[in-house]
Design a protein around this ligand. Structure first.
Ligand code: ZN
Length: 123
């Protein structure tokens, strides 16, 4: 399963970032997923819910930003936004297109609680 290793990577990066920031708890992890990346958000969510157990991301939620697929026609240079997985030009119907958006897959941001918050409380 493709999503398994990807989710592991995302979680590892998030945990590392949180560690660097001296965070004690991760509240939210935002990731950007392109429609053409082949990644199914539901599968990532499922893997994440299993993997986060026992880590400081145990109560973290996943936030997906979906980037629509965009293809550019090699014949007429027209840019289309196909709604399904059949990639072709809206204008001339050519199937000779290049994907210019929608292959994104990266960790956008994390929301975490700092350890300092607890220190401040006692002072
Ligand atoms: Zn075209």
């Amino acid at each position: 399963m493709h999503e398994l290793s990807i989710t592991q990577d995302i979680l590892n990066i998030a945990l590392q970032e949180a560690k660097n920031a001296h965070a004690c708890k991760i509240n939210k992890i935002s990731i950007v997923v392109g429609q053409a990346s082949g990644i199914v958000p539901d599968s990532v969510q499922f893997c994440f819910d299993e993997m986060k157990k026992g880590s400081i991301a145990n109560e973290a939620s996943l936030d997906f930003t979906i980037v629509p697929t965009q293809v550019k026609c090699r014949r007429c240079q027209h840019v289309s936004s196909p709604k399904d997985i059949i990639w072709m030009c809206d204008k001339c119907g050519s199937g000779e297109v290049d994907i210019i958006a929608g292959r994104e897959l990266y960790l956008n941001s994390i929301e975490a609680e700092q350890e300092e918050a607890y220190e401040n409380r006692s002072s």
